[in-house]
Design a protein around this ligand. Structure first.
Ligand SMILES: CC(C)(COP(=O)(O)OP(=O)(O)OC[C@H]1O[C@@H](n2cnc3c(N)ncnc32)[C@H](O)[C@@H]1OP(=O)(O)O)[C@@H](O)C(=O)NCCC(=O)NCCS
Length: 266
């Protein structure tokens, strides 16, 4: 059995054993913990007899080489200046309130944050807002927004959201495509963004659109740890064919290689 123990697991195992010894209450065997399905971008802690999953807060920088794209849109796209700010804030709240980005936040806190973030962005307090920002509108109602600003002289996708009922219809893709084509005409070579590793929709959207990840050191360690643990878990439950085993091993090697070549880690 391959046992690869890394930082998080050491912490969790130590804590579980401590709990066993001090409370005498049997909570979870380590085997149960190892078999528990896990997702990248999350941390799994064991207390009160159960495993608690919380986002690990790894923000991933992502970069897109700007090239022209075919553009179609399932709805009308307008400038951010053409819609009332309250509409943007309302759509922000509805799109994000159940997302991992606001895990365990109260609705009141999400509402407060939505207003503050939108105002700071549009008022230029987070960097110069860019005219390439686009808002998706259906029957005069805002259903999504892609809001950009300048960050270190490179365009940055600061906010991207679509109402749940309008997701998976190509709206985020249409809004960002519109912006990318304007950047291309202006001969701007790259667009930057960031997403939370635990946010599967955002991660998959960025990858599907063509963004390339540049995770930092902590996130890279987290990804290597995740794939090591996943390989171990799948071996344990007997759920690996050769191709899948090879894929997971390649992921481990990929992130180990990045740690060695970029940061000199072993
Ligand atoms: C992320 C988000 C903006 C995507 O908007 P969208 O309009 O649904 O995205 P699109 O329809 O353009 O999706 C294009 C592709 O991205 C990927 N994708 C989008 N949402 C996905 C999801 N929930 N799960 C997996 N892949 C997804 C798919 O490959 C999709 O193509 P497909 O539908 O043909 O499979 C939307 O899910 C959202 O608003 N989420 C809540 C707010 C948020 O997390 N914003 C991102 C913060 S950085």
């Amino acid at each position: 059995m391959i046992i690869t123990v890394y930082l998080y697991t050491i912490t969790i195992i130590t804590y579980c054993e401590f709990f066993f010894q001090t409370s005498g209450k049997i909570i979870q065997t380590m085997d149960d913990y190892d078999r528990y399905p896990k997702l990248p971008g999350w941390k799994y802690e064991c207390y009160d007899g159960v495993i608690h999953a919380t986002p690990s807060m790894h923000s991933i920088a992502a970069t897109l080489p700007v090239t022209p794209r075919a553009s179609t849109s399932p709805c009308k796209l307008v400038s951010a200046d053409d819609v009332p700010r309250e509409d943007l804030v309302r759509t922000f709240i509805a799109a994000f309130k159940d997302s991992v980005e606001f895990f365990n936040w109260t609705l009141a806190d999400v509402e407060k944050h939505a207003g503050q973030w939108t105002n700071a962005l549009l008022d230029g307090k987070r960097g110069r807002p860019l005219a390439i920002s686009r808002v998706a509108v259906v029957d005069n109602a805002v259903v999504g927004a892609a809001l950009f600003r300048d960050k270190d002289d490179v365009p940055f996708l600061d906010l991207l959201y679509v109402l749940p009922d309008w997701q998976r219809k190509g709206i985020a893709t249409a809004m960002v495509t519109h912006a990318v084509n304007i950047l291309h005409e202006a001969r701007i070579p790259v667009l930057n963004s960031r997403y939370d590793l635990a946010n599967t929709a955002s991660r998959d959207w960025h990858h599907r659109f063509g963004f390339k990840d540049s995770p930092g050191w902590l996130a890279t360690r987290h990804l290597r740890a995740y794939f090591r643990q996943e390989l171990h878990r799948r071996e344990l439950i007997g759920d690996l064919d050769d191709a899948e085993r090879r894929r997971l091993q390649q992921e481990i090697e990929k992130w180990s290689g990045a740690l060695r070549s970029i940061w000199g880690d072993e």
